[in-house]
Every structure is written in C-alpha cells, then in structure tokens.
Design a protein around this ligand. Structure first.
Ligand code: 47G
Length: 329
C-alpha cells in the first residue's frame, strides 16, 4: 500500500497542515505532521468548549469503529512551551488513500492557549519513533509504525515548499519529485528522533565551514535552530541584522536581501535560498522581520525545521536501520 497527501502551509509557512480522516463515517481533520514527536492527538468532543476556537473536533461517539482504550492517558509538552493531554481511543485512520485500523487517536481533554489560538490546526500527527509516544500505561505506536507492515516500502517522504502546498508520501519514493540523486545519512534514533549530523555549512557563496551540526529533522518546528556560533556567522553577513532581545532573536529590515544558507548532508549539500530565511514581520508595521535561522541555545541539539526541510526532498527511511535521505529539488 501507499498514500499521498497534500501539506498546505499556514500563515508564513509557520506550519503545514494535511487532511486526515478518522473513524466511520470519516471525520476529516487538518493535522500538523510532526517528525519531532510521536503522538497523534486531536481536538475532540472532550476538549473544553472554551479551548476550542475554530478547530474541527473528532467525536469518537459518532464513529462505529472507535474503541475507548480503557485507562489510557497521554500528556505532551513541546519545545515552544505548548502542551496538551487527555484520553485515548483506537480508530481507523486514512491518509491520502492509505487506511490503517486500530490506530491510537489521542483525544485532547486539555490544550494550552497556543493550540487554542491556532484555529486552522485540529491536532498533530507524530512521525518520530514510537519509543517517545506518551500514552500510559501502555505506549502506543505511531501511524507510520502501524502502517509499515502494509507499505510497499518502509518509508515516508516530506516535500514541503516555500509558500505553497507540498506533499507527504507514504510507502514509496517519487523519483520525479527531486533533482539529481538522494544522499542518505545515518540516523541516531536512541532518543526517539530522526537525529543526524550535518558535516558542515556555508553562508551565501562562501566556502564550506567544517563545523558539524547535529540535530533532528523536525517538520513540526518552523525555523532552523543551530549553534549560536553558526547564527553569528550567518547574520554577520547582513549589515542591518541585529539581535532583538524583545523578540529573543535576530531581526533585520524586511526589505533586506538575504544570503543563502547551505547545510551539508554526507558529501552533498542542500542550499536554503535567502528568501526562505525571512520568516515573518515582527510587528504590524512590517518594517522589522524575524530571521528563519536562530539559536538552538538550551535545547541540547539543533533542529532542522521547516526552513531547512522545505529546501529539500526528504526520505524518512524506517527500515530496520533507519536513515535519512536528502535531495535538492
Ligand atoms: C502551538 O503549535 C505547535 C506546538 C508544537 C508543535 C510541534 N513542534 C507544533 C505546533 O504547531
């Protein structure tokens, strides 16, 4: 089996949302596919009304295939300080024509204000390793792990794009979706993430600096978060860039033309065009813009978020020895 689903960017490419059908008859929600976490959770009929502001909710009592996972709970918090928690059902989940039965669908009984504020987001679909799924007392598998036995190939791919819809494919690699060849690199999944080491980076047309960057391929994080030494080197190339403590990040005039940022993958390189690194205006005046490259200070590793991933076609190979493949496009 295979599946293919669109990934539509929300405001300023802050996140990418994909339609997911849950239950019988189908209830279709827009979920943020997140390779940085491993819980499939949704706004639901159990979410307090005051916390639901525009989202579509899953109602398990209206699904003939829903089953309560008795005694199971979940609770998750994300790098941005947001969080959610609740109860668990199993139900049929269909993504882009790929149907999987008895998937753990985590129903939100609490969501933090950051999620309430995102009217377009109805939940998250975790695509990291099942070892960090938060369901207790019995940890649950991700949609990808549940689908794997049926997939033609134990892979999914992320083809996110700048300011327009991209795709997630399951079970196959669309060789027409990228240029040249895929370069595969080793993954350390011991902490549950798609963690890899980039052997170097470059700013603009500069030579490759062999400072390695170890981080996670995370479709659920918007920006590229790297060591402060790399951040300083990048913004040093931009005359009017400055660290704005009120924004806790580097900003620059929105009219600035930005240098590209290249990250190495094995012996190949992915070039992030400068325009991808102008994330969004920091105020309604729109004079000052927030950089798409910021520091990974305090996290413990770097995060190759959407700013980095949308410059590539990325293969998440979930075979016996997981690996990541990158190609330019
Ligand atoms: C509050 O919004 C979010 C919080 C966490 C994630 C996952 N990194 C995605 C989101 O859209």
């Amino acid at each position: 089996a295979t599946g293919s689903v669109v990934a539509t960017p929300a405001q300023y490419d802050a996140e990418y949302l994909s339609p997911v059908s849950i239950g019988t008859p189908a209830q279709t929600l827009m979920l943020d596919f997140d390779t940085g976490s491993s819980d499939l959770w949704v706004f639901s009929s159990e979410t307090p009304k005051s916390s639901v502001q525009g989202q579509t909710v899953y109602n398990p009592s209206k699904s003939s295939t829903a089953k309560k996972l008795s005694g199971a709970t979940w609770k998750i918090s994300y790098g941005d300080g947001s969080s959610s928690s609740g109860s668990v059902y199993t139900d049929k989940v269909t993504i882009g024509g790929l149907s999987v039965s008895n998937v753990a669908v985590e129903s939100a009984q609490k969501v933090s204000r950051e999620f309430t504020a995102e009217a377009d987001l109805d939940g998250l679909l975790g695509l990291a390793f099942s070892s960090i799924n938060t369901v207790q007392p019995t940890q649950q598998k991700t949609f990808f792990d549940m689908a794997k036995p049926s997939l033609d190939s134990a892979v999914f791919t992320a083809d996110l794009k700048y300011g327009k819809a991209g795709k997630y494919n399951f079970g196959y690699i669309d060789d027409s979706a990228y240029n040249g060849s895929l370069t595969y690199t080793a993954v350390d999944s011991s902490n549950g993430w798609w963690m890899f080491t980039s052997p170097g980076y470059a700013v603009g047309s500069g030579t490759l600096d062999s400072t390695s960057i170890t981080g996670i391929a995370d479709t659920g994080t918007t920006l590229l978060l790297v060591p402060s030494s790399v951040v300083t080197t990048y913004y040093k190339q931009i005359r009017n860039a400055r660290y704005d403590s009120s924004q806790a990040g580097y900003v620059f005039p929105c009219s600035t033309s930005l240098p590209s940022f290249t990250y190495a993958v094995g012996n190949s390189q992915i070039v992030i065009p400068g325009k991808y690194i102008n994330f969004a205006p920091v105020d309604s005046a729109g004079s000052s813009c927030f950089g798409g490259i910021q520091s990974d200070e305090g996290i413990g590793f770097s995060i190759f978020g959407d700013v980095a991933l949308k410059a590539a076609f990325v293969v998440f190979d979930g075979s016996q020895s997981p690996r990541l493949g990158f190609a330019s496009k």
